[in-house]
Design a protein around this ligand. Structure first.
Ligand code: HEC
Ligand code: HEC
Ligand code: HEC
Ligand code: HEC
Ligand code: HEC
Ligand code: HEC
Ligand code: HEC
Ligand code: HEC
Ligand code: HEC
Ligand code: HEC
Ligand code: HEC
Ligand code: HEC
Ligand code: HEC
Ligand code: HEC
Length: 419
């Protein structure tokens, strides 16, 4: 489901909880406050979030840092949506803790019911893993075993020696399914259950151990979701920095246009599929180029006989588009019969913009990937200088230039490119 309807649905639920549900449950107030550990929703008198914030500023700030800050603006009951009616608590400091709901004091069933009153889509027993590969969830878990509602920034970061000792197992209590992602992929070694965390999950997810002991606080963690290209570069080159291929990434046109490693690579790519997977992504951003490969004459990329990276070096600054290493060097690797040095090579290197002077590299409507419909049109772009006996009236033999000048890429025998 797209995030828009989900959000709308949640807010609809919030309104339901605020205005409709209370009417169904019965009128508020004028009752003895029930036991704070009674199943949610409880009854009693409400006092409003401003009142709560007078004494609990810190919790209010923390709430705003989490996902639920919006509830404070949504209506009068902000804090009390979760903590239950709080007037009795606010009025009587002596008995304060006993007269308010602390979700941790609720039994698992009531605590889960509280969260599910707005998040009904999450299963009460299997949580997010009802239909998927199930992790080994411990008995008695509730939503707040994993989720923190008030995001506390004061939790001390782990000590270096704790990080040094920790293994990837630190993540399993809440992310058992994530442990199944890396086995069988290029990064298999980083995901081993008893492998060191510092060079495992945490090398890509900065702050992971801090996040794990917080517990589950999102803001302490680098999630790598849609992270900027510079962050991706920094993380991935912790290990891949020494590879020659990546030496010029940062001056390359992809990096400079915010196309980071993860736009082309999944960290969970199967071995042997790195290139194929990455090349599948090109079309999404280069639809215009993709379309050129649909023309009747094209390099056999759609057929899978070659790929974009046979010609393009996507990581580097070089070769740039006008670089001979691309416009000619790449071509003669596969078409060696056109490779200079020919003694007679006027059409070759240095004097032209490479092979693409006459050929379209991706695809063309014309045979031989020529930019012009006929060879004649192609030749006449540059050659007004042909000898006078070259009769150019329509149908004349001298209009078919390639009939005589056959060795158009260069000749070993003849400066006029005759055979
Ligand atoms: C007059 C000050 C005051 C006001 C107003 C107030 N509280 Fe409290 N609250 C306290 C004190 C004191 C405690 C006990 C010490 C602590 O845990 O910080 C407490 C504890 C709590 C606890 C922890 C209970 C437990 O079992 O440990 C929660 C939850 C809570 N308050 C929520 C609220 C909510 C929600 C509101 C608004 C409806 C509110 N408070 C308004 C003073 C106040
Ligand atoms: C979406 C539900 C929700 C809302 C809204 C909410 N809380 Fe909480 N509150 C919790 C949960 C769950 C806990 C248990 C600790 C946690 O998950 O952060 C908690 C814990 C607390 C505690 C006790 C912390 C401790 O030391 O154990 C206080 C105090 C508190 N909340 C106050 C407030 C105040 C004040 C507001 C409004 C500004 C508020 N809460 C709004 C769910 C909520
Ligand atoms: C009164 C309704 C309400 C209650 C009760 C409630 N939530 Fe939420 N929750 C929301 C809303 C609204 C959002 C924000 C949705 C959004 O921005 O897409 C949200 C967001 C979240 C998110 C982040 C969602 C995301 O898309 O990243 C989590 C996680 C979450 N809630 C967990 C809980 C837990 C755990 C509890 C029980 C302690 C709880 N909620 C109780 C209304 C509620
Ligand atoms: C075992 C740990 C765990 C438990 C228990 C758990 N969650 Fe989650 N929840 C997560 C993790 C991890 C994510 C983030 C998933 C991700 O980013 O892929 C998440 C994501 C969410 C989201 C964001 C939207 C989504 O579905 O991805 C909501 C809302 C949410 N949880 C609510 C709940 C509620 C309500 C409960 C209790 C019924 C609950 N969770 C129980 C770990 C847990
Ligand atoms: C106590 C439970 C818990 C532990 C332990 C835990 N996480 Fe999380 N993690 C969560 C929850 C809950 C979320 C969802 C946070 C949210 O949406 O608010 C989450 C989210 C994430 C995300 C995704 C964030 C996103 O944007 O979707 C990553 C990545 C992550 N955790 C990595 C780790 C790693 C690595 C470890 C081990 C060092 C770890 N976590 C340990 C509970 C936990
Ligand atoms: C090689 C780097 C790398 C390693 C190692 C790594 N991750 Fe991730 N992880 C990522 C990236 C990148 C994403 C974001 C993927 C995306 O946005 O599609 C991610 C996403 C996640 C998510 C969110 C998944 C979701 O569906 O949104 C969780 C949870 C997570 N990782 C946990 C872990 C755990 C646990 C480990 C260790 C077993 C681990 N990661 C190891 C790079 C890594
Ligand atoms: C902890 C070090 C480490 C980090 C960080 C890391 N990798 Fe790797 N990566 C490896 C190792 C080890 C291999 C496996 C090399 C092998 O088996 O030849 C690998 C393999 C790869 C491969 C396949 C290489 C090949 O030759 O087939 C790609 C692509 C890749 N990683 C991309 C990434 C991306 C993108 C990131 C950032 C999200 C990243 N890596 C972060 C260590 C790391
Ligand atoms: C525009 C897409 C794209 C981007 C962005 C990209 N790559 Fe690649 N990457 C590829 C393709 C395609 C291949 C396979 C062909 C090749 O080796 O050139 C590849 C291959 C690799 C390999 C294997 C190299 C080898 O020797 O076999 C590694 C490692 C790698 N990329 C890492 C990264 C890292 C790290 C980043 C970010 C700094 C990154 N890539 C950015 C498309 C991309
Ligand atoms: C996320 C979008 C995205 C993906 C995926 C992507 N590119 Fe690009 N590419 C860009 C942007 C943006 C530019 C720079 C602006 C431009 O020239 O259009 C660019 C530029 C280029 C250029 C021109 C380079 C130069 O030096 O100016 C080539 C060639 C190229 N991409 C090839 C590829 C190939 C091959 C792939 C697949 C392996 C790929 N791109 C994947 C967005 C993308
Ligand atoms: C046969 C070699 C070859 C193949 C295969 C190839 N390209 Fe190119 N591409 C080139 C050459 C040569 C140029 C420079 C054209 C020029 O300078 O006129 C170019 C130019 C580009 C440009 C820049 C176009 C512009 O007008 O700015 C992009 C983007 C591009 N290619 C993407 C791709 C993508 C994506 C693929 C795979 C679907 C691909 N190329 C396959 C040789 C190739
Ligand atoms: C990875 C190898 C490779 C590279 C690099 C390459 N080509 Fe090709 N080229 C091919 C293949 C394969 C064909 C299709 C031959 C066939 O279908 O029989 C082809 C076909 C052609 C044709 C049409 C030939 C005909 O018989 O119709 C021309 C012209 C051509 N390439 C020019 C170029 C140019 C110009 C470049 C550099 C921009 C280039 N090629 C780079 C492999 C390559
Ligand atoms: C001055 C224009 C021109 C330049 C520059 C040029 N070609 Fe050609 N090329 C042609 C013409 C015209 C044909 C058609 C020949 C025919 O139909 O017999 C052709 C045919 C081809 C063919 C298919 C026939 C064959 O000889 O196999 C390939 C492959 C080819 N060129 C590759 C290249 C490469 C690679 C380069 C760069 C080194 C290049 N061309 C530079 C004009 C040019
Ligand atoms: C992009 C421009 C360009 C195109 C298109 C082109 N040529 Fe040329 N051609 C040249 C240049 C430049 C020379 C070298 C002239 C010189 O050295 O005086 C040359 C030289 C020649 C020569 C040798 C002349 C001499 O005096 O050495 C012949 C023959 C020739 N071209 C035929 C053709 C034919 C036939 C075509 C069409 C298939 C063609 N050319 C397409 C630019 C072009
Ligand atoms: C019937 C054979 C034939 C055809 C067809 C033909 N030529 Fe020629 N071309 C020649 C001959 C013969 C010469 C002169 C060789 C000499 O001077 O010894 C020549 C010379 C040239 C020269 C070199 C002029 C100079 O003196 O530097 C150019 C350029 C040229 N032709 C271009 C073309 C073009 C363009 C076409 C097509 C429009 C074409 N030719 C068609 C036979 C042909």
């Amino acid at each position: 489901m797209s995030p828009v309807p989900t959000t709308a649905l949640r807010w609809a639920l919030v309104l339901f909880v605020l205005f409709v549900a209370p009417a169904l449950v019965g009128p508020r107030g004028h009752q003895d406050p029930e036991d704070p550990t009674a199943p949610w929703p409880r009854r009693g008198d409400y006092t409003g979030p401003q009142r709560c914030a007078e004494c609990h500023q810190q919790r209010e700030r923390e709430l705003k840092r989490g996902h639920h800050g919006g509830l404070l603006d949504a209506g009068l009951d902000g804090c009390e949506i979760c903590h239950g009616p709080g007037q009795g608590h606010a009025d009587d400091e002596d008995t304060a803790p006993e007269r308010i709901t602390h979700p941790h004091k609720l039994g698992p069933a009531a605590s889960i019911a509280l969260c599910r009153s707005c998040h009904a889509e999450v299963d009460p027993k299997d949580f997010h893993w009802r239909d998927r590969h199930k992790p080994l969830l411990s008995v008695g878990m509730t939503c707040t075993t994993c989720h923190l509602i008030h995001a506390d920034r004061t939790i001390a970061p782990p000590k270096p020696e704790e990080l040094a000792r920790a293994t990837n197992r630190s993540c399993t209590s809440c992310h058992a399914t994530a442990m199944c992602v890396l086995p069988g992929t290029v990064h298999e070694d980083l995901g081993r259950l008893d492998g060191p965390l510092a060079t495992g999950c945490a090398i890509c997810h900065d702050g992971a151990l801090h996040h794990a002991i917080s517990p589950g606080s999102k803001h302490l963690l680098e999630s790598m979701h849609a992270s900027p290209a510079a962050v991706q570069y920094a993380v991935c080159t912790r290990c891949h920095g020494a590879e020659d291929k990546l030496a010029h990434v940062r001056s390359g046109s992809h990096h400079r246009h915010e196309v980071g490693c993860l736009q082309c690579h999944s960290p969970a790519v199967e071995r042997g599929r790195v290139r194929a997977d990455a090349e599948k992504k090109c079309a999404a951003c280069h639809a215009d180029i993709q379309a050129q490969f649909a023309l009747p004459h094209h390099h056999p990329v759609p057929e899978g006989r070659m790929g974009c990276t046979d010609c393009h070096e996507v990581h580097g600054a070089r070769p740039r588009l006008r670089d001979h290493a691309l416009t000619e060097g790449a071509c003669v690797r596969c078409h060696p019969q056109t490779r200079s040095p020919f003694p007679f090579n006027a059409h070759q290197t240095g004097r032209q913009e490479g092979c693409v002077t006459c050929h379209l590299p991706h695809g063309a409507s014309n045979r031989r990937l020529l930019a012009e419909t006929t060879a004649q049109q192609n030749c006449l772009q540059c050659h007004g200088d042909f000898p006078a006996f070259h009769d150019q009236t329509q149908g004349a033999v001298y209009t078919d230039c390639l009939r005589c000048h056959t060795q158009i890429h260069g000749s070993n025998h003849d400066r006029f490119y005759f055979r």
